[in-house]
Design a protein around this ligand. Structure first.
Ligand SMILES: [Fe+2]
Length: 307
């Protein structure tokens, strides 16, 4: 196994990992260490089968069934289908809605977010696998929240110590107040999103998470903030909280220039630490197919709570 730091200064590309059979314990231990240390691991061309995808994912923890049951792969709910397939007519797509962002129609576009921050149990991470890629767009962005913490203005850092951010799930990206460009608008809904919207009130009450997290293994501080889904600060007046959330969102947006954007090839696998990385989906052209599966790694840091 050879490793190389990604050009952005965080994350690793790993070559020479054989996923054609079970991984030995020494390799698994090494990979777990790299996952915590680097935050995002890229395995070019290593995911030739669903079995390889699941074998790699299980290195980082048990797999959980994603809260978006609308996207489970039939007969294999550890795999979540986040594919986009063009449909000729009708108001809805299958899983991925279509937005217009800065004048460009993009299927499956997602703003910068932390997965599942809208439930108390914060998913440990995920592994993505590309099965078919579009000719352009379709990249996945990753941002390091340790770097985001360390580059925060000292006065802002003082304001967020011991504060808890409140999240509420809003699958319609254009309805999220922070993290979404003003130009973003929904062009076409999806059956999966409509089903989620229908059960929002019942299944997704507001939750809170600490704004600063200490990485247990290294003592490094993480800005534990997801611009998307953020709606308030616990115990803080709405105006003041809004202002603070805007400051944090602007900080993340400004840092996007230094983000890693993975340009997918078929059979790439990318694993990310959801306690450490923000991620984003660029979306794909509406007339092209993008087939992508993901896993969700279970785990909890025991710091989330219902608000
Ligand atoms: Fe995500």
């Amino acid at each position: 196994m050879r490793t190389r730091t990604l050009p952005v200064g965080f994350g690793l590309e790993i070559e020479g990992l054989d996923l054609s059979g079970p991984l030995d314990e020494a390799t698994r231990t090494t990979l777990r260490g790299l996952f915590v240390d680097a935050g995002v691991l890229v395995f070019r061309g290593a995911g030739t089968t669903p079995e390889a995808h699941i074998e790699l994912s299980r290195v980082f923890g048990d797999l959980e069934l994603h809260s978006n049951r609308e996207a489970w792969v039939e007969d294999c709910p550890e795999l979540i289908d986040i594919s986009y397939r063009p449909v000729a007519d009708g108001p809805e797509t299958g899983v991925q809605p279509v937005y217009e962002v800065d004048g460009v129609p993009l299927a499956g576009w997602l703003a910068w977010h932390t997965d599942q921050c809208f439930i108390p149990r914060l998913s440990r991470g995920g592994v993505l696998r590309a099965l078919q890629v579009p000719t352009h767009f379709g990249r996945t962005g990753f941002m390091d929240k340790i770097r985001l913490h360390d580059t925060l203005d000292e006065s802002v850092r003082a304001r967020i110590v011991d504060q808890r951010v409140v999240y509420r799930f809003e699958p319609r990206m254009d309805r999220n107040r922070h993290a979404v460009p003003r130009t973003a608008r929904l062009l076409r809904s999806s059956a999966a999103m409509d089903s989620l919207v229908e059960r929002l009130e019942r299944d997704f009450p507001p939750v809170s998470h600490p704004l600063v997290l200490t990485q247990r293994e290294t003592g490094r501080h993480v800005l534990n903030f997801s611009p998307c889904y953020a709606v308030g600060i616990e115990g803080m007046a709405e105006n003041e909280a809004d202002e603070l959330l805007s400051v944090l969102s602007d900080h993340c947006a400004a840092a996007a220039e230094g983000a890693y954007f993975h340009d997918w090839h078929v059979h790439d696998l990318v694993a990310w630490d959801n306690w450490r990385m923000l991620h984003q989906a660029e979306g794909c052209p509406v007339d092209e197919t993008r087939l992508m599966h993901r896993t969700s790694i279970a785990g909890d840091y025991d710091l989330g709570a219902f608000a």
